[in-house]
Design a protein around this ligand. Structure first.
Ligand code: SF4
Ligand code: SF4
Length: 56
């Protein structure tokens, strides 16, 4: 399992700084999570102002 960031992302960057394993990087128009690195902790979802990250 991994979290996935939806198109609701506004590229604020808040989630990337909260990820303990640095799985989040800026992609094309939204931030993206590397599924192989994500440990499913939920910190990104808690940090996001628009609830873009969700469990896949
Ligand atoms: Fe990083 Fe945790 Fe979000 Fe996965 S769920 S991308 S490990 S902050
Ligand atoms: Fe996108 Fe939410 Fe991450 Fe901000 S915190 S970059 S809106 S997913």
């Amino acid at each position: 399992m991994a979290y996935v960031i939806s198109d609701a992302c506004i590229c604020c960057g808040a989630c990337a700084g909260e990820c303990p394993v640095n799985a989040i990087t800026e992609g094309d128009g939204k931030f993206v999570i590397d599924a192989d690195t994500c440990i499913d902790c939920g910190s990104c979802a808690n940090a996001c102002p628009v609830d873009a990250p969700a469990e896949a």
